[in-house]
Design a protein. Sequence first.
Length: 197
Amino acid sequence: MTYSDKLRKLLNQHGGTITTKEASEAGISKEMLRLLTNAGEVERVAQGVYISQEAFLDKMYVLQKRLSTIIYSHETALFLHDLTDRDPIRYAVTLPSNVRSKRLKDENIRVFYIKRELHDVGVTTMQTVFGNNVFAYGLERTICDCIRSRNQMDIAIVADAMKRYAKRSDKDLNLLMSFADQFRISNVINRYLEVLL
């Protein structure tokens, strides 16, 4: 099997997007990856991330491949959960407070930080518009994050998201209140729910 064949097989397994690490684990060195890029087999779209010529550039997925510690949150998670009609102009991500990434802010990505022990609370896998899986906070965690950060967000987006959440049949109020207690915002959540339910 040639390197080109290995690369095609690897790209098929990973939805058309691979990292340098994944290529290396499959026996394709960085130098061979560079040669295959020069030959037009793949395109380098970010540091350490390559896509096939046939694949659509899914920026959310590429960002997730670059930095596995990010979790899509706030306005971006609202969009993924269909709690807003606004397509996020800037992606919002959450990182553990002990991880700093100036590069993300330089790329116009909105970064929120949270204690390491709360970073993974409520994480789920969501699909981007291109059908790729990324890590995002679940429905109830997203609502809690938006309420916690309501002074840093457009209040109309938060209010609309709460209205949409209240109408959903898949909402889990017990889980929402459990997260609200954990994040110490139960009084605020209760005030919203009293009006909406």
